[in-house]
Every structure is written in structure tokens, then in C-alpha cells.
Design a protein around this ligand. Structure first.
Ligand code: AMP
Length: 695
């Protein structure tokens, strides 16, 4: 049977809407709707596509993660070689570069009086890729490889959300090819390494390796789980196929065009009149680069005038019209005073070097993790050694090497303790694993402490006031032994703790009580499952809907969740097989934590609209409401069984109009969609009594 036209239309509408929200979220970093509303759009589209498979197009937002594991990467010959860049290390090097550019341009009669215009850009420390679009649709992504031949990594690139599957240009060019950098934001790098350390897996040395390792994965689901991002910085091919279209004459115009096409273009790119301005840019970013959320190792300076570039040509190494200024390496020498051993949330014992404080990449540091026994042995780090330290990925302090020639013979080798420094239990190192662990679980105070602190963090159960100091006080007084005990705290006993008073105790107990209703995704984060951060937790929660089926799921079922690869699936599966975890879940359920309770055989499927006063209705909100924020309003709609949408269509059930409504109000009126005032909305939600005379 043919797809009914209204279904095709709805699918088209959903795709456009999802693409727009992807763009807002992943490229502009300005989401307009809460995650669960986005999830609902995605679910609706998936449902339509499952019912009518002929609706599926390769550029549909549902098609980012394909299920196939590749056997290898096929080679791709680049249409334009992806060259490397010449390096500059000083102002003098830059002036030389500028002199060569000027001479080349002058010889071709292209030098206009007042110096050369350049564009200065961050040199992102990641992995270079070329993306090819035909008729506006992504058809191929390739790594740089040796510059001539790269590897086809299309399936993996598709999982990177800031890479558009379809360009926002209408009409699209026949062919467009761009080059950019795939990178891992510093924070994700840190988190990934933390998770790997806890899981006893080898660490990535820096975000560049992490990005490269994630893109060069035969299983796209692993790439999808790695939270990669992009900046696109060069337009390689633009062919409008005979239709008139914009052809940029300058690099800064090309950047603007790529931005309009939907790519993520670095906001800090700057047009510089003359090399001195470019040098200024280099100096500025030498100072402030550490504040960025991603690692840069220098500045790329490119000739702005595109038609002058071929005149200058290239060397075997790189183009003559660009150069890369490299920041000086940031290292410092210091002396290891002590090697202490910490116990993490999952019981892993981590040796930590404590050294004389040094200033490094924007902060003062005095400690660096030494990860595990083998690492210490391999680097032969001893107490009393002089060492060189730096920050991996601009963020994680690390001992680079020992200055062995400064040894006096007084240095003391390190040995891993055979008992947990926190609880005295026997520690264990599994064969084939680098990590040494305390296996006492929550019975080990260090693990309990870290677990409780994590439980209350903002991304987890969001319990205001449950910081490290309070956790320490609660533990010291013996008031909690598991996370579930938090829900049974007696305010009077809390008030008696040091630095607490009746008011703060009451607030804490209230904040804990309020966290009982946190959604499943947050509880999953709170439980501290290895590899499960906010995004994966959300994916799991919306796929399984409740704790019961999730805890029971096998690895294969888990891998069916978009964004969950074998690594994560195994970690989740193992987690729920632990006796202690099961007990904790039961305990939390008894303590009234709803996300667990709902799981125990009770109906709750996220997929279908539940019952409620707005069941089956699609509600759009515009303008400012008096009684709640936009997010709260959308959550209220969802809680009442409705669906909150971001734009008005003929199918919209009602538009709630607050103060200063936007164009959605006009559209609602034009389409004859019912318009509700805030009062009316509250009444429908059952939060206001109906006006007298109404039933
Ligand atoms: P290198 O690998 O040090 O020779 O530097 C060249 C590499 O810098 C290129 O292969 C790109 O991967 C990378 N790169 C990072 N940011 C940029 C940028 N804004 N423009 C050009 N290349 C960049």
C-alpha cells in the first residue's frame, strides 16, 4: 500500500523540525525545547518510518547510527589533496611567512598597497576530515590519511550530530566538499578517560588521540557514544551544477557560506589586516586558550583572497598561502614529595603524585594521577624524583617523564598497598587488568563517600546542599550507609551535625525528599554505572521507559538502543547483575524513589501518551507565562499526557499564549488552531478551579 500523503507530509515535517532542533542544539548550542520533547518528535518519526519503511531516506535524522559493524575502512582518493601545514614558532617566523606571501603576490601583480588580509583561526587539536555533499546530502566522509588517500568513515561521521546530513542551502549545490576537524571537547575527554580508568581500560593520551580512536572505529555505535564535535574550516569544492549560486571570493566569505549551510564554524575566526593583527591574535589566544572547551595547539593563518591562493601554490608539505603558529609547549619541572593512593567511586586504587606546586596552562597544580601500578613502574617514578609535568589535553595534569640525571639515590620506589587505604580490606588485581581494586563496595567508606557525593550532583539527583562536607558529616555521624538512607534522614539528627542548623537541616531533608520524583535518566546517572553519562542515560531511559526492563535487559537488547555500543552495553549489563545493586534498587524503591518504583511491573511506557487531561493533544507554547517557565510548562504538558511541540501546524491541538507571544500566535490564528490563555491552560491542567458556571 502506498504511503498516505498526510503521513508523508508529517514525516517530512518531523524531519525538518528535528533537523532544526539538532542544529539549535549541536551547532548553535541554543536548544529551544527540553530533551523529552525532542525525544517525542524522534519517536514519532521512528514510528512512522517503521510503519512505512519506504519513507526512510538516508538523510533522515533517524539514520545517524546504522547497525552495521564494518570489516575495515575502504580507501578514498581525495579530490583535492588534504595537505599538512608549515609551522611557525615565533613572531619572526610569521613575518617571514608574510614576506614570502607578499613577494609571491607582488610577482603576480596581486599585491594591493596596505598589506595582506589573512584569516586567523584556532588550530583545533583533532582529526581532519573531508565531507562531500551531493545535491545537498552527505555522501562521504573521509579521514586525511596521507593527504592523497584517506579512509572512508562515512558511517561514523554520520553519528556526529554537528555534521549535517543535509545542507541548509536551497537549492543545494550539485557538489560541495568541505574540510574540518573532528575533536573531542576537553570535558568529554576527561570524562571518557575517567570512565576508562574506572573500567581498567587504557587511557587516551590527549583529545586528538581520543577523537582519532573514536572516528576510526569499525562499530559506528562506539563513535556515536563518544560525544565528538566538529569545526569546519575550509571549502574545498563548490559546484552549483549550472544553476547560479554564490561563489565566495574570500575565505571569510566561504566560512560564512559554510555556516549558513549548517556547519559548525568556529566563532573565534578573525579577519586580520596585515600579519601584525594575526600575531596579535596568536598572542591573545596563547593567554586565553585554556578557557576554551576544546584543545587548540596553535593558530592557523590563511590568506583571505581565494583567487590569489593558486598563484602561491603549494610545497610537498603544505600550501604556501597558510601557516600554523604553534603555541610553546607548556611544561614545568617539579619534585615529587609523596605518592598517595586514592580510592574512587568504583573501588579502583589510584596512585597520585603530590609535587611542589607549579603554574601550568592557566592554573596551579600540585597533583597528578599516576593511574595504576604499571604506569608508575613503566615511567619509573619514585618519591623524591624531579619530574617534568604538563597538562594532557590542556586539562589533565600528567607526569611526562622523570629527570633521572637529577637523582641523588635517596628516591624511594612506590609499591601499591595490599590493603585498601580507606577500609583496610584486601585489594585485588584481576589478571589482564591494570587496575587494583578494593572489593568491599559500599562497605568501603571511600567508595560510599564518592558514590553519595555523585548521587547528589546536579546532573544526577540534583540534591541541593549535599556536597562533600555534608556527606562527610553524615558519614561521620553514621547517619547514612547507602544512598537510600538519605531518604530516611531525621531532620533533628541532621540539625545536630557540625556546621548544620535546624534551617539548613530542614532544607537538606526537603531537597532530598524532592529528588524522589527525579526521572529515570537522572537516577541512572546517579547510580554511577560505568560509561553512562547524561546522554546515554537519557537514551536508555527513553528506550526502556522504566527501571524493570532496563535492569533485566541482555547485552543485545541494550545494543539496540541508538548510541549504545558493545562497551556500554556490557557495562550496563554487568552493573545490574551485581547483588549490591539489586539490593540498593529495592532499598531506593522502599524509600519512595519513583523511578525505581515505577519499574516494578507497573505500567509505564514512554512511547505511548499516558492518560491525563491533555492525553493525545499536541500543545505549543508561545510567549512568557506568569506561573512557570517554558520548560516547566512543557513538562506539565507531558505530565498531563500531551505532547509539547515547538511549532504550530494544522494538527496542533492548542497554542498557549503568554506575554509577548511570537509568530506562533499569528500562525495559530491563521490556521484556526484554538488559542488558550495561561488561565485556560492551568485550568486544563487541573491546577485552577473552573470558573463558576462551568463544569
Ligand atoms: P599539523 O598536523 O601540525 O601539520 O597541522 C595541520 C593540521 O592542522 C591539519 O591537518 C588540520 O587537521 C589541523 N587543523 C586544525 N585546525 C585547523 C584550521 N582551522 N585550519 C586548517 N587546519 C587545521
Amino acid at each position: 500500500m502506498a504511503v498516505p500523503p498526510e503521513v508523508a507530509r508529517r514525516a517530512q515535517e518531523l524531519r525538518q523540525e528535528i533537523r532544526r532542533h539538532d542544529y539549535l542544539y549541536y551547532v548553535l548550542d541554543r536548544p529551544e525545547i527540553p530533551d523529552h520533547v525532542y525525544d517525542a518528535l524522534m519517536r514519532e518519526l521512528r514510528h512512522l518510518e517503521e510503519t512505512w519503511p519506504e519513507l526512510v531516506t538516508p538523510d533522515s535524522p533517524t539514520q545517524r547510527v546504522g547497525g552495521m559493524v564494518a570489516e575495515g575502512f575502504s580507501p578514498v582518493t581525495h579530490s583535492i589533496p588534504l595537505l599538512s601545514l608549515d609551522n611557525a614558532f615565533s613572531e619572526a617566523d610569521l613575518l617571514d611567512f608574510d614576506r614570502r606571501v607578499q613577494a609571491g603576490l607582488a610577482a603576480a601583480g596581486l599585491l594591493a598597497g596596505e598589506g595582506v588580509t589573512y584569516v586567523a583561526e584556532h588550530k583545533i587539536d583533532g582529526l581532519s576530515v573531508a565531507l562531500r555533499y551531493e545535491q545537498g546530502v552527505l555522501v562521504r566522509a573521509a579521514t586525511r590519511g596521507d593527504g592523497i588517500t584517506g579512509e572512508d568513515v562515512t558511517a561514523n561521521a554520520r553519528t556526529i550530530r554537528s555534521i549535517p546530513l543535509r545542507l541548509q542551502l536551497d537549492p543545494p549545490p550539485a557538489v560541495l566538499e568541505v574540510r574540518g576537524e573532528v575533536f573531542m571537547p576537553k570535558e568529554n575527554f576527561q570524562r571518557l578517560n575517567q570512565a576508562r580508568e574506572e573500567a581498567g581500560e587504557p587511557l587516551f593520551a590527549n583529545p586528538r588521540n581520543a577523537a582519532a580512536g573514536s572516528v576510526r572505529q569499525l562499530d559506528p555505535r562506539i563513535t556515536a557514544s563518544r560525544a565528538l564535535d566538529t569545526f569546519i574550516y575550509d571549502l574545498l569544492v563548490l559546484d552549483w551544477g549550472g544553476v547560479p549560486g554564490e561563489v565566495p571570493a574570500a575565505h571569510h566569505e566561504a566560512l560564512a557560506l559554510m555556516q549558513r549551510a549548517g556547519f559548525k564554524v568556529n566563532p573565534h575566526n578573525r579577519v586580520c589586516r596585515g600579519i601584525r593583527e594575526a600575531w596579535q591574535y596568536c598572542q591573545e589566544w596563547t593567554q586565553t586558550r585554556h578557557q576554551l572547551g576544546y584543545q587548540i595547539d596553535g593558530v592557523v593563518i590563511k590568506l583571505d583572497d581565494l583567487k590569489a591562493r593558486p598563484v602561491l601554490g603549494t610545497t610537498a608539505h603544505g600550501p604556501r598561502w597558510a601557516t600554523a603558529y604553534k603555541f610553546p609547549a607548556e611544561e614545568a619541572n617539579t619534585r615529587v614529595r609523596e605518592i598517595i593512593v586514592g580510592v574512587g567511586r568504583t573501588g579502583v586504587l589510584t596512585p597520585v603524585a603530590v609535587f611542589d606546586p607549579v603554574h601550568l596552562a592557566g592554573t596551579t597544580v600540585s597533583r597528578a594521577s599516576l593511574h595504576n601500578e604499571d604506569y608508575v613502574a613503566e615511567k619509573d617514578i619514585r618519591i623524591g624524583d624531579w619530574v617534568v609535568v604538563h597538562k594532557a589535553g590542556d586539562i589533565i595534569p600528567e607526569v611526562v617523564r622523570v629527570l633521572a640525571d637529577r637523582r641523588t639515590g635517596e628516591e624511594v620506589p612506590f609499591h601499591m598497598p595490599d590493603r585498601c587505604p580507606a577500609c583496610g580490606s584486601q585489594v585485588m588485581r584481576l589478571p589482564g587488568e591494570a587496575a587494583t581494586r578494593c572489593t568491599a563496595g559500599m562497605a568501603c567508606p571511600a567508595q560510599l563517600r564518592e558514590g553519595l557525593i555523585h548521587f547528589g550532583t546536579r546532573e544526577a539527583m540534583d540534591i541541593n546542599g549535599l556536597g562533600p562536607a555534608v556527606v562527610d558529616a553524615l558519614l561521620a555521624a553514621g547517619l547514612v550507609r547507602t544512598a537510600a538512607d538519605l531518604y530516611r534522614l531525621d531532620p533533628n539528627r541532621v540539625a545536630a551535625l557540625e556546621r548544620m542548623g535546624p534551617k539548613s537541616a530542614e532544607n537538606l531533608v526537603k531537597a532530598i525528599a524532592a529528588s524522589r520524583t527525579r526521572p529515570l535518566a537522572r537516577l541512572l546517572v546517579a547510580l554511577g554505572i560505568p560509561h553512562v553519562g547524561k546522554r546515554v542515560a537519557q537514551d536508555l531511559a527513553s528506550h526502556f521507559g522504566s527501571m524493570g526492563p532496563l535492569a533485566a535487559a541482555g547485552p543485545d537488547e541494550l545494543m539496540a538502543v541508538p548510541g549504545v555500543g558493545p562497551e556500554i552495553a556490557q557495562a550496563v549489563y554487568n552493573f545490574f547483575r551485581q547483588e549490591g545493586v539489586r539490593t540498593l534498587l529495592q532499598d531506593l524503591a522502599q524509600a519512595g524513589v519513583e523511578a525505581v518504583r515505577l519499574g516494578e511491573g507497573e505500567r509505564i511506557s514512554q512511547a505511548a501518551p499516558v492518560s491525563g487531561p491533555l492525553a493525545g493533544m499536541t500543545i505549543v507554547i508561545t510567549g512568557t507565562l506568569q506561573s512557570m517557565t517554558r520548560t516547566e510548562a512543557e513538562e506539565a504538558v507531558a505530565a498531563a499526557g500531551g505532547r509539547a511541540a515547538g511549532s504550530v501546524s494544522a494538527k496542533t491541538s492548542a497554542v498557549v499564549v503568554g506575554e509577548n507571544p511570537g509568530s506562533k500566535y499569528d500562525r495559530a490564528r491563521a490556521l484556526g488552531v484554538p488559542v488558550w490563555t495561561e488561565q485556560e491552560f492551568l485550568r486544563r491542567l487541573g491546577r485552577l478551579a473552573p470558573p463558576s458556571g462551568e463544569h
